[in-house]
Structures are given as structure tokens and as C-alpha cells.
Design a protein. Structure first.
Length: 297
């Protein structure tokens, strides 16, 4: 009997790419009316509400070996979301998406520095190629800014760096806590952390905007669920590169709904980052580190 799990996993990741492309468009639609801190709060709130029934059925899942790291991860999660939402509000969607693909490069560097992992020569080459790709993407913005980088693109880069920090924390925390526990505690802790700054930027929200915020929260929960399921059925090295399908999907939706045209520099830089990611995957074992595929849920 043929094993259909790899094909199913690929199909799930294609769906993840599509819903994440839709997510980018939803953020752009919300940005004139909703501050990024408010979006960060509502996204985690709806995510927490989505998993509440599971927590009530299985309260034992909240037993964790970590305390302070849950708070640190929640702060990084909020920072990553707010930076990403700010970037999507003010920069071309496809450009922000391309920069976000740099997260695995930061993971590699962080693992060498903080986890004392020995760098593989091919991974060193991959990181070098990937950062060249980032420079290629940022350079037109730097030129347009007369020597200063586009602040919205720097927000996208900061979001990618914080996403990488979260994945490094997960590599440590995942040694003692199961994935369901980590997801539950992350949402539980992030909601009150996000509520504090959101209160300072809160403004009246219409029913239509609430509907979009609820859709965004559902997208975040669906992303996390589908990626986790895909990783259970196939090696991370197979499915991680599929996350790059987001770029043409985002470029298409951005053109249709917002009239944005992606430049050659973004495509070239993204292909360099893709090549770096594939090279990293060729030397890596499958594992939970790839669970950060796509925007932070």
C-alpha cells in the first residue's frame, strides 16, 4: 500500500501558504483602523478562545516544567506579531513576506551562539547566501530612503529575528514539555501581556472590523494546527521549503486588491533565501524547529 502521508502533508502546507497570504491582506485591510498592538491582542485572544475547550477537557496539559521562559516567549511572540503587522501596514506585502523567510537564518546563527551547536560548512554557506538575499531585498528601500533603510522593512526584519528567538526557545522547552502544553501556555500568557499595551491604543471597533479580527484569529489558530499536523506526517526538510509558496500567492493577492507590483530585487533576494533554506534543510534532521513555518500564530 502506498503511503499517502507525504502527499497529504504537502497539500496541507499549500493550504497554509494560502491562508497566510490571506492573513497578510487582512492585516493590510485592518491597518487603517486598528493599531498593531490591538491586532496582537485580539489575535492571541481569539487563539486562546479556540483552544479553551481542549484545555477544559484536558486540564493536565497545563502541567509545565517552565515558568519564566513562558513569559519571555510571550513577550517575544507579541513583539514579533506587532512588528510584522506594522511592516504589513506600511510596506509592500510581498517584500515583507520575502524578508520574513529569513527567520531560519537567524535560527542557525542563534543555535551556534546560544546553544553551542557546531556549524556545518554547508550551513555557513547557506547563511551567507541568505543574508546576501536580505541585502538584495533591502537595497532598493535604502536607495529610496537616501541612505536610510525603510523603517517598515526593518520592522519585518525584526519580526523575523524575534520569530527565530522563539524557535530557539522552543528547541529548549520542547525537551521537557509537549507541543500542546507549549501552545496552550503561550496563548494563556500572551493574552494579558498583549492587553497592557493594547489598552493604550484602543479605539471603538465596528462590527465589520471585529469580523476581520475574528477571521485573523482563526487564521492564526489554523496555521498552527495545520503546520503541526503536516510535520507529523512528513520530514520538515520536505515541507519547510513549501512555505515559499506564500510569496507568489501574496504577490498575486497584493496586485489584485492593492495594485502592488513586486520588483525584480524582491524575487532575486527571495530566491537566494530559498536556496539558503533548502541548503539548510539538506543538512538538518527533521524536528520541531521547523514548527515556526509561516507567521507567528
Amino acid at each position: 500500500m502506498n503511503d499517502s502521508r507525504p502527499l497529504t502533508s504537502v497539500s496541507l502546507m499549500m493550504l497554509v501558504a494560502l491562508i497566510n497570504a490571506i492573513d497578510a491582506c487582512v492585516v493590510r485591510l485592518l491597518s487603517p483602523d486598528v493599531h498593531p498592538f490591538v491586532m496582537g491582542f485580539t489575535r492571541t485572544l481569539f487563539g486562546a478562545l479556540a483552544i479553551l475547550p481542549m484545555i477544559l477537557r484536558r486540564p493536565a496539559m497545563l502541567r509545565s516544567h517552565w515558568r519564566g521562559l513562558h513569559l519571555l516567549r510571550a513577550i517575544l511572540k507579541l513583539g514579533s506579531l506587532v512588528a510584522l503587522f506594522g511592516a504589513l501596514a506600511g510596506a509592500p506585502l510581498a517584500t515583507v513576506t520575502a524578508i520574513g523567510f529569513a527567520a531560519p537564518l537567524f535560527v542557525m546563527v542563534g543555535a551556534w551562539i546560544f546553544l553551542a551547536e557546531r556549524p556545518h560548512p554547508l550551513r555557513l554557506l547557506a547563511v551567507a547566501v541568505g543574508f546576501v538575499g536580505i541585502i538584495v531585498i533591502l537595497r532598493p528601500g535604502i536607495a529610496a530612503g537616501q541612505g536610510g533603510a525603510n523603517p517598515f522593512l526593518l520592522l519585518a526584519l525584526a519580526s523575523a529575528a524575534m520569530t527565530a528567538a522563539i524557535q530557539l526557545l522552543l528547541k529548549v522547552m520542547g525537551r521537557r514539555d509537549p507541543a500542546t502544553t507549549l501552545v496552550a501556555w503561550n496563548l494563556i500568557v500572551t493574552v494579558p501581556v498583549a492587553a497592557i499595551p493594547a489598552a493604550f491604543f484602543w479605539s471603538p471597533i465596528s462590527a465589520e472590523v471585529w469580523a476581520l479580527l475574528a477571521l485573523q484569529g482563526a487564521i492564526g489558530a489554523a496555521n498552527q494546527t495545520l503546520v503541526t499536523r503536516a510535520l507529523q506526517m512528513a520530514d520538515a526538510s520536505l515541507i519547510a521549503p513549501l512555505d515559499f509558496l506564500r510569496l507568489p500567492l501574496v504577490a498575486t493577492l497584493a496586485f489584485v486588491f492593492f495594485g502592488e507590483v513586486i520588483g525584480a530585487a524582491v524575487w532575486i533576494g527571495a530566491m537566494l533565501i530559498l536556496a539558503a533554506t533548502v541548503l539548510i534543510g539538506a543538512t538538518a534532521r527533521s524536528g520541531p524547529a521547523a514548527a515556526g513555518i509561516g507567521p507567528s500564530a
